[in-house]
Write a protein that binds this ligand. Structure first.
Ligand SMILES: Cc1ncc(COP(=O)(O)O)c(C=O)c1O
Length: 485
């Protein structure tokens, strides 16, 4: 047999091929940056090259990235980070004294007094102390131990670390992790990567995407037939559904572990709705729960009013974890040395913002309030505009920074999508992208009930731009419906 050559040199077959690579990695899917986003990037390049399109820019409403959508950084956060990054600025009198004080405190806590040095693997001690104090204040005085706080590279890293710790067993003993449908695809992707069993429970779209305990029980009982469901994950407030989960958590004791990502804890807009931490709920349920339910909750610098997702700051708090397992967790996080130190510094400012007697307080509060008030207004506008369109049904955006409206697609549209080799909502979103330059994520990337179709859109674009986006989607929907009627 003749040997293949490349430029005259005999070529050796690849050692790593699709057939022999880790099969779990091939099962990983992450719609938020999937094929639709790749096409959006390609269209942006085509626009730059002068290709004529019916629009002049691509609006990427596919991801919760506030700064990419034009949100300005909060002054105090960036002042302290600038001072930490370039301590010579501590001599500059343009910086307020409280920002300097904070920067000095953080620098002193850093190895070598520089944010360029590694920190302890669990995170800088004084930052963990500040996180614990923040949690105590948030939860009305329920104590939090800095030893139970682990700083992380955004929330994603901590969530994956916790899942790693939890997954074990083979066959029917394999760990099952209950996640909501729709869900944020980090969870399904991490479960696929780790070879864990995804156990889906459905949120009730007709009741504003609420969590139904009977559905949790159904899903748990069904899962027991084929795996070992040990973990319940509840995203609160929800992504992609934009709803604020107010759940009865009496069922929680059935689970060995409870994961509570609450990266949107400041993003609650609906009147009468308030963020409830599950830790607080546990303590309100009494010591039978608060001293036994093993729980990990997660927060991040990526969302809320700061939107500083590029800094990759975050933390997790664990409660009731077996001390020997905790030692394993500490060992596991030490393998990646430490989370980014600038992200830790930023997190410190988020959990310990300027106080009323400090010079930066007024500006800080003004900037924070404007961002959150704008988001609340955009949440309201989104629901209002979409619900005027026949064929789009949009639940109130009570929290987080997304809407997940239901779209009615005709059989003709569904058949056409099939002909094109696409799932129907991908077909819809691709067509929207090609015709209007708006990039959304198809609902199928988050999971949805069979026969229903949705898309996820962030409400982050500036208000005037958001209005244009909402109207363009509305007009597109009417055109699409007519084309496939
Ligand atoms: C529910 C949920 N968990 C985790 C994350 C990850 O956030 P981070 O940027 O902190 O890794 C996100 C980001 O969108 C999210 O929506």
């Amino acid at each position: 047999m003749s040997q293949q050559t490349v430029n005259g040199v005999p070529s050796r077959g690849k050692v790593l091929t699709l057939d022999n690579m880790n099969p779990n990695v091939k099962r990983v899917e992450y719609a938020v940056r999937g094929p639709i986003v790749q096409r959006a990037v390609q269209i942006e390049k085509e626009l730059k090259e002068g290709v004529k399109k019916p629009f002049s820019e691509v609006i990427k409403a596919n991801i919760g990235d506030a700064h990419a959508m034009g949100q300005k950084p909060i002054t105090f956060l960036r002042q302290v980070l600038a001072l930490c990054s370039y301590p010579e600025l501590l001599e500059d009198n343009k910086f307020p004294e409280d920002a300097k004080k904070r920067a000095k405190r953080i620098l002193q806590a850093c190895g070598g007094h520089s944010i360029g040095a590694y920190s302890a693997s669990q995170g800088i001690e004084c930052v963990r102390q500040d996180v614990a104090r923040y949690i105590e204040k948030r939860d009305g005085g329920i104590s939090s131990n800095p030893d139970n706080i682990y700083l992380s590279t955004g929330a994603s890293d901590a969530i994956v670390t916790m899942l790693k710790l939890l997954v074990c067993g083979e066959g029917r003993d394999r760990t099952g992790v209950m996640i909501s449908i729709p869900q944020y695809p980090l969870y399904s992707a991490a479960l696929a990567d780790l070879g864990a069993v995804q156990v889906s429970y459905y949120l009730d779209e007709d009741k504003c995407w609420s969590l139904d305990v009977a559905e949790l029980r159904r899903s748990l009982n069904a899962a027991r037939q084929h795996c070992n469901p040990r973990v319940l994950c509840i995203i609160n407030p929800g992504n992609p559904t934009g709803t604020s989960v107010v759940a009865s958590v009496c069922e929680m004791k059935q689970f060995c572990h409870f994961l509570s990502p609450c990266v949107y804890q400041d993003n609650v807009y609906a009147e009468g709705c308030k963020f409830h931490s599950f830790k607080k709920v546990l303590f309100e349920m009494g010591p039978e729960y608060s001293s036994t339910v093993e729980m990990a909750s997660f927060h991040s610098t990526s969302k809320c009013y700061m939107g500083e997702c590029g800094f990759r700051g975050g933390y997790m708090e664990i409660i009731n974890m077996d001390p020997e397992v905790k030692a394993q967790l500490t060992k596991l996080v030490s393998v990646r040395l430490c989370p980014p130190v600038p992200g830790q510094a930023l997190l410190d400012l988020v959990v310990n913002p300027p106080q009323p007697d400090e010079p930066s307080y007024t500006t800080f509060m003004k900037e924070r309030t404007v961002v959150l008030a704008d988001l609340a207004e955009k949440a309201r506008l989104t629901e209002q505009i979409f619900n005027k369109v026949p064929g789009i049904t949009c639940n109130p955006v009570q929290g987080a920074m997304y809407t997940f409206p239901r779209i009615t697609l005709s059989q003709k549209a569904i058949d056409k999508a099939k002909e094109e080799g696409q799932v129907p909502d991908m077909f819809y979103c691709m067509k929207l992208l090609e015709e209007e330059g708006i990039c959304l994520v198809p609902g199928s990337g988050f999971g949805q009930r069979e026969g229903t179709f949705h898309f996820r859109m962030t409400i982050l674009p500036p208000t005037e731009k958001l209005k244009v986006v909402l109207h363009k989607i509305s007009e597109f929907h009417l055109r699409f419906t007519q084309e496939f009627s």
